[in-house]
Write a protein that binds this ligand. Structure first.
Ligand SMILES: Cc1cc2nc3c(=O)[nH]c(=O)nc-3n(C[C@H](O)[C@H](O)[C@H](O)COP(=O)(O)OP(=O)(O)OC[C@H]3O[C@@H](n4cnc5c(N)ncnc54)[C@H](O)[C@@H]3O)c2cc1C
Length: 393
């Protein structure tokens, strides 16, 4: 049986980054991913602000395109902010995860693709992990000092049964990858386009993000809870199809891929962060921001915190992961609780008119302020904008 210092299950942004950091520090690391290639679950839209590249030392090769502008549409209003500089990136999600796994490999990490986690059990101070390759009939076992659950919303490792799980809030998301004609592409290139309001996307929001090579990603997320005013809504895909038909209106297009996923978020961050020498990272501990369903850079941030605690544990400087849970909750809880309250109001309580009005207020924000609201959760800037709007009216 092979022995590792750390076995990480799931090669998403959280698991890939964790493997990359720990292998660079010289620990013996195994990263396993159930899919054979990263194209198999290429679900994430991958929009991030620019600082993510430098903060997490990411490569240009993971980028689908850069964005300079933001446009926000509601049922009746459109607001647009422009810049001559790049303000962020749209990752090619498959290439991003490929990059992280490749870097981990270069650092000496073993990366096993097409390998599924089955179960694990304690054996003295180690954990034995049962895994199964897709193309082999017999499971195999490895022994590890620390086991990491980076399986995203599935949380396949940290909970052994459904009964143990807290109640989660749920989002369903679907996205189309389109190849469009050059003229249509230019309308959306360099711009993050968001669509809110009951016509475009009741109980959630939609987007159109540019990739390279005349490709656009367009999708919709819907929060799986009742709306105060809307008794019934259409199936998820109808909203994305409507955006293609009535917003993008391409002269010609081809659907290259349709993908989707779900998010399960624990309100108040009541996730299980660790148990004995197993700990959970990324979406498995609700690092995703539930207001914007934006989770890549937060998964990175959480992984960095986890890696510090894992290294300390391997060096025998600490004997429990309780301080990991405390640091994670101190890092995320305050902002995440505020965002959750706002998202409930906007997506599940507001009338269409109120959403129009909210976006009308944004007119008086600079692009920098808007980015602070959308990506740094400085909602006081929104309040300043709305006061200015009302004063001028
Ligand atoms: C439709 C949609 C659009 C999004 N758009 C954005 C965006 O624009 N910007 C942004 O920042 N975030 C976005 N997100 C959120 C972001 O993608 C996630 O927060 C992020 O991927 C979480 O990373 P993770 O590594 O924790 O989990 P994941 O990315 O979910 O990775 C988990 C991995 O574990 C693997 N796995 C699961 N079970 C097992 C098992 N038993 N054995 C082996 N492997 C297993 C899975 O195959 C998967 O590869 C979006 C999410 C959705 C659903």
């Amino acid at each position: 049986m092979s022995d590792f210092d750390v076995a990480i299950v799931g090669a998403g942004p959280a698991g890939g980054q964790c493997a990359r950091i720990l292998s660079k520090e010289g620990w013996k690391v195994l990263l396993v991913e159930q899919h054979e290639t990263f194209l198999a679950n290429n679900f994430s839209s991958g929009a991030c602000p620019l600082e993510v590249l430098e903060t997490y030392d990411l490569s240009e090769q993971a980028i689908g395109s850069y964005w300079h502008n933001i446009e926000i549409n509601t049922t009746n209003i459109c607001r647009r902010w422009e810049s001559s500089n790049s303000l962020g990136v749209v990752f090619d999600f498959a290439k991003l995860r490929e990059f992280l796994a490749t870097q981990a490999k270069v650092n000496g990490c073993e990366v096993w693709m097409g390998c599924r986690y089955l179960k694990s059990y304690q054996e003295s101070d180690c954990t034995v992990v049962n895994l199964k390759f897709r193309d082999r009939s017999e499971p195999i076992s490895v022994r590890t000092k620390i086991l990491v659950d980076a399986t995203g919303y599935a949380r396949s490792v940290i909970y052994t049964s459904k009964k143990e799980r807290p109640n989660f809030l749920k989002i369903a998301g679907t996205e189309y990858l389109l190849k469009v004609d050059e003229e249509t592409y230019q309308k959306y290139a360099k711009t993050l386009t968001f669509l809110f309001g009951h016509y475009w996307s009741p109980k959630g929001y939609s987007w159109i993000f540019p990739m390279d090579n005349c490709q656009l990603k367009t999708g919709t997320v819907i929060y799986d809870e009742p709306h105060k005013l809307l008794p019934k809504i259409n199936p998820l895909k109808d909203y994305t199809k409507n955006i293609i038909k009535t917003h993008i209106k391409p002269k010609s297009y081809e659907v290259l891929d349709v993908h989707g996923s779900v998010v399960e978020y624990s309100k108040e961050l009541c996730d299980r962060y660790y148990q004995n020498n197993t700990l959970a990272i990324g979406d498995a501990v609700s690092t995703i921001n539930y207001l914007g369903a934006e989770g890549i850079r937060h998964a990175f941030r959480g992984s960095e915190i986890a890696c510090r605690h894992i290294s300390a544990c391997l060096r025998r400087d600490i004997t429990s992961f309780e301080p990991y849970q405390q640091e994670m909750q101190a890092t995320f809880r305050k902002d995440w609780n505020r965002c959750e309250t706002i998202r409930r109001k906007v997506y599940l309580e507001y009338s269409d008119r109120k959403i129009d009005l909210g976006v009308a207020y944004l007119k008086y924000l600079t692009l920098e302020d808007l980015i602070d609201v959308l990506f740094h959760y400085k909602f006081e800037k929104f309040m300043n904008g709305s006061r200015r709007y009302l004063a001028l009216k």
